[in-house]
Design a protein around this ligand. Sequence first.
Ligand code: SF4
Ligand code: SF4
Length: 492
Amino acid sequence: MTILIDNTKRREAAPGVPRSQAPNPTSSTPASLYKSREQIYPKLAHGVFRNLKWLAMVVLLGIYYALPWVRWDRGPGQPDQAVLVDFENARFYFFFIEIWPQEVYYITGLLILAALGLFLITAMFGRVWCGYACPQTIWTDLFIYVERFFEGDRNARIKLDKAKWSVSKIYKKTAKHIVWLLIAALTGGVWILYFHDAPSIARDFFTGHAPMTSYIFAAILTFTTYSLAGFMREQVCTYMCPWPRIQAALIDEDALNVTYRYDRGEPRGAHKKGATWEGRGDCIDCRQCVAVCPVGIDIRDGLQLECIGCALCIDACDEIMVKIDRPKGLIAYDTEANVVARIAGEKPRFRLIRARTMIYAVVFAAVGGIMLYALLGRSTLDLNVVRDRQPNFVRLSDGSIQNGYTIKVLNKATETRTLTLSVDGLPSPTLKVAGQTGLNLIVPADDIIDFRVLIVEDDLIDIGVRGDVTFKLVDPVTSVTAIQSTVFVTGS
Ligand code: SF4
Ligand code: SF4
């Protein structure tokens, strides 16, 4: 029988600690954009950070898959889905918030807030977003879990890939791909639930009555999930994602990162049982930190673009430290400044509050405050007025002047409103709404209605060629008011 993984005592890094055969690509061969990919077989890590990642995966996947099914009562005739992007009616619903197309600046504000939050977190704790919350990391982790379930841990997977095709190998590979495809299809299928009423579209999808776009987007998301999480994995982070490049500008020597404490670890080397630790570092060069790394790098080479900050190497190394009876934390969340300080014999210190984190925090709070203020003061009634240009004005037979306007009324309330229209700014205007006798405008709940309005003015002495005029709409029940200024033209 061919022995592919030799874990005999000769290869031990310390008594009871096998040295992993994980390659060390970053220290021996510089990463090249054109290098063909080497398959990475991450070993299962055990420890605090691995548990944190499991927890993050369960919570975040749970939110993604369950959120479209959460209901939120908005009143009769309104969609009762808590989170819904309703393209058909041009609305975005998020629990009690309803965003209209005219309010797309809220989305812009949210994106700015998200970017600032990411800047702040990165400046303080490095790439925690990439390591714990990025969808690419989470789905890749899930796919590796499935792979490990069918094919075993790192050594078993390496052995299986090198082995000839057999019934057992075909079964394991087929089962893995079927489960991958099921997860990918579920992911793509859930995506479309965010754009329609979830129970209805789910039923229509399986009975063949859903819109063609639903099938197309479900297929696209299935394909991208399957290929990005199943095959491309760390290449997405290293080559496709811009974030590793951006984060380099956000991180300084005081940012907390997954750090190999070389002040303590070097000089490294295998350790014989009973030998002294004097004059040498705590790293026994077992490469377990490399074996668990999902991007296949060696953290001992320093902070690298490829590192997603998942902290699994911390777990792996801590396990080794326990085995060899040395203190945990040879790899830990630490700062480059602290490592340098320790080498210089100074006391390490953590500076989470510093100029750049303060700036990010203040700007984040300012944008968040403005957004909150705008959201809380958001009116449920809006008015837009467009004046006729062709003709600019009409002189009537009695000498008075008539201007025409189209007013667009947005009723964002959940009930039908009867609104009272008036104008200010003209001496003695006569107001008329086309197609009706009075000045009460009826606008159904959650709707936009256009009205054609004419203003006739016969007292023209003080107006000049053009005068300011303000349209005013009042809801007599709630006193909510909307006003919009424009001009009244009497000549060219
Ligand atoms: S840093 Fe820790 S896990 Fe990595 S090789 Fe050294 S002792 Fe082993
Ligand atoms: S070096 Fe450590 S923190 Fe970075 S990706 Fe690898 S295992 Fe995760």
